[in-house]
Design a protein around this ligand. Sequence first.
Ligand code: UDP
Length: 367
Amino acid sequence: MKYDYLIVGAGLFGSTVANLLTKKRKKVLVIDKRNHIAGNIYTKNENNIDIHVYGAHIFHTSDKEIWDYINSFGEFNNYINTPIANFKGRLYNMPFNMNTFTKLWHDVITPDDARRKIEEERLELNGKEPENLEEQAISLVGRTIYETLIKGYTEKQWGKSCNELPSFIIKRLPVRYTFNNNYFNDRYQGIPVNGYTKLIENMLEGIEVRLNVDYLKNKTILDNLASKVIYTGMIDEYYDYKLGTLEYRSLRFDTEYLSYVDNYQGNAVINYTEREIPYTRMIEHKHFNYKETKGTYITREYPVTWQKGMEAYYPVNNDKNNKLYEEYKNLSLNEDKTIFGGRLGMYKYFDMDKTIREAMNLVSKLD
Ligand code: UDP
């Protein structure tokens, strides 16, 4: 065999595994069906602006080992994610905090005022245990915030009504009684100064990478190149959907270059939380970096129902899909040569730091 490991997919998971295996002196080949490395964190630089081609990615972690590891491949800036929500033309700070509360309710001035207001609204559920996302949201923040900032956005994002969705989706939205607009609670946060693609390029330095290679179409030949395979694609596609199709949400990005506008929306991320506007957010990429540039790129992000052949972004982790995934996982455990990993291989939405942690855990078990 020419290689110890064939890694299918040059995204963050595959590239981390490749990097760590190479440090263990393994001979690795990385392939990807796309014409570029970096998977969904791929950025391309145009007119001196890094465009997040497959959606905005902000790195955040509280894990110092992971922060030090990722920083060893390139410098990060001090970007802090402070998204704004636009509901019917009025702007509110995210995540839910004192700036949001004072704008929603003019009689709210202090944290105690806000708590009282939210407590009052939470009574609506009468102590009932929340059974879906709508009830969960009302029990956490009350109806006003739910209807202004959660309902429309969530229904667009997931293509389902909030009373049919599981509540865990919004568990990670923080509620704060301070004026802190930082979306994340993590200790470390930032975006690579030279873009994510450069970072992944540095991770893959000295490693053989072949692009435009479709693994599943050339499986036999490719499998023969290596003793072990690490597959980071969709687990159900690997098995030709023989047990059924897992559900995903996909996204469509509509990007425009505005050459005569230097600052279109004043913030990198603006969420559109009303149901009637078909996109969930508008990204103005230049604000992710603090470089002075002329012109600007804006991207509208439209959630769409995933169909075969589209990019799969979000696994829909409801009970039905999780059960089907378990069946695929059981099949995969019988493979003697192939290991499944990453967001698509494990059917789980990982933040970037968790992706790296998963990759580290995997490599620590490999010899
Ligand atoms: N969410 C919301 N309103 C917002 C932003 C997020 O209700 O303005 C909810 C929504 O249900 C979404 C979840 O929070 O699916 C997680 O959103 P986030 O933007 O944090 O996740 P991302 O898609 O960026 O990974």
